[in-house]
Design a protein around this ligand. Structure first.
Ligand SMILES: N[C@@H](CCC(=O)N[C@@H](CS)C(=O)NCC(=O)O)C(=O)O
Length: 206
């Protein structure tokens, strides 16, 4: 039995943590708690995450929820000096990009994806999707600028900052977000997505 349990099906935000676990080479158990069959609402699951959302981790008895907090915690614990920056300022930049991803881009990417790819055709709101795509233009330009002249957000090496933001933007393709105006950002996203650990995590979604 693994000391680390990751709750959540791979097609959910648990993907972020599964990708990170693969980057770090962690031994983990993926508990396939699924919102589609109300697994996130069972009394057992609500006892560890009263929000009824995934992902949650149980790291040898330590329970943590919120995908970005989980990833920052695991990266710091198991990847300090590689995936997790050791310099205080760089650590703060990893937080900056993680919070930025959640507050500036996650909602509009999801809105576009749901209304272009997930909801049944007759429930899709094309105007809401277009509006969400418009909202993304400014933050995606910010990201494009941040990866112009540097391969990754914190410099030469891929870190948890890249993983956290790129995992949100893994929805950009099903959301059919036009990235032609942000070519550096599109290249960066591709670099992140082609990492063996990212591919291995996507395999879990099949
Ligand atoms: N801010 C949370 C959001 C978690 C979240 O909403 N997860 C979705 C799946 S991607 C979920 O559990 N939905 C099921 C539900 O609300 O019942 C995080 O990033 O961990």
């Amino acid at each position: 039995m693994s000391a680390l349990k990751i709750y959540g099906v791979p097609r959910s935000r648990a993907f972020r943590t599964l990708w990170l676990a693969k980057e770090l080479g962690l031994d983990y158990e993926n508990v396939l708690t699924d919102f589609a069959n109300n697994g996130t609402r069972s009394p057992e699951y609500l006892a560890i995450n009263p929000n009824g959302h995934v992902p949650t981790i149980d790291d040898n008895g330590f329970i943590l929820w919120e995908s970005m907090a989980i990833n920052l915690y695991l990266a710091k614990k198991y990847g300090a000096g590689t995936l997790y920056p050791t310099k205080l300022e760089n650590e703060a930049q990893a937080w900056q990009w993680s919070f930025w991803g959640m507050t500036e881009i996650e909602r509009p990417v999801l809105t576009a994806m749901f209304n272009r790819a997930v909801y049944p055709e007759d429930k899709r709101d094309a105007a809401a999707a277009d509006d969400a795509e418009r909202q993304l233009q400014a933050p995606l330009k910010v990201l494009d600028g941040a990866v112009t002249g540097t391969p990754y957000l914190l410099g030469g090496e891929f870190t948890v900052a890249d993983l956290n933001v790129a995992s949100i933007l893994s929805w950009a393709r099903p959301a059919r977000i036009d990235l032609s105006g942000v070519p550096k950002m599109a290249d960066w996203l591709q670099r992140c997505a082609l990492r063996p650990a990212a591919k291995a995590a996507r395999e879990l979604q099949r």
